[in-house]
Design a protein around this ligand. Structure first.
Ligand SMILES: [Zn+2]
Length: 217
């Protein structure tokens, strides 16, 4: 199997699809968040990463690349991996290509999960969860609404909204994505490895489309 890079606007289903791919194809899911967290526990770069995370500064690209290199070289990546959250911009994409070149590893498939701004906005702004049983609902999407307003269908608990699931935060994240990350679509298109998958309807349909791409002849 080829390596897979997933690129998607916030709430377009990147996490869900990564998980489905990982479960069905038994290839590791590599996210920068996990790389950094693991580094703070064991790697020799751990102290630097820890300090950056504590002070809220961005971890240098070079460190992320170094961690990524170590991760890719592990045995479980031999048959491919899913990369999530990296590269986030053109500069990181260029460094990533250099790394692959050094490791003599082909780029693989880059999949862009395409969902409209309105769809992803509803997914975030309408998100509700039950603090008691963990069930998740959405009051902006008809089929995910709880039966009774503000109440969990399963345990009758009061549903909560996360503080940062608001329109302002969403707009900020979306704008950052469009400015910094979206240009990767053209960047990878030019390399001939970009696939676009609609991710606005259901996770099953999206996964089905992804499978067609990665299993093509
Ligand atoms: Zn509940």
């Amino acid at each position: 199997m080829k390596d897979i890079i997933l690129i998607a606007p916030p709430a377009a289903g990147k996490g869900t699809q990564s998980k489905l791919l990982q479960e069905k194809y038994h290839i590791p899911h590599i996210s920068t968040g996990d790389l950094l967290r693991t580094a703070t526990e064991q790697n020799e770069l751990g102290d630097i990463v820890k300090k950056a995370m504590e002070t809220g500064t961005l971890v240098d690209d070079e460190i992320v690349l170094k961690l990524l290199e170590t991760r890719i070289l592990k045995n479980d990546c031999q048959n491919g991996y899913i990369l999530d959250g990296f590269p986030r911009n053109i500069k990181q994409a260029e460094s990533y290509l250099k790394l692959l070149n050094k490791l003599n590893r082909p780029l693989g498939d880059v999949i862009y999960l395409d969902a409209s701004k309105e769809t992803t906005m509803k997914r975030i702004v309408g998100r509700l969860s039950c603090p008691t049983c963990g069930a998740v609902y959405n009051d902006q999407i008809e089929e995910n609404k709880p039966k009774r307003f503000g109440t969990c269908d399963i345990c009758n608990g009061s549903l909560r909204k996360r503080e940062d699931d608001n329109l302002e935060t969403f707009n900020k994240r979306y704008k950052t994505f469009m400015e910094e990350t979206y240009p990767l679509v053209d960047f990878f298109k030019a390399k001939g490895c970009l696939f676009i998958v609609g991710s606005g309807i259901s996770k099953e349909r999206t996964f089905n489309e992804i499978e067609k791409i990665i299993n093509r002849g």
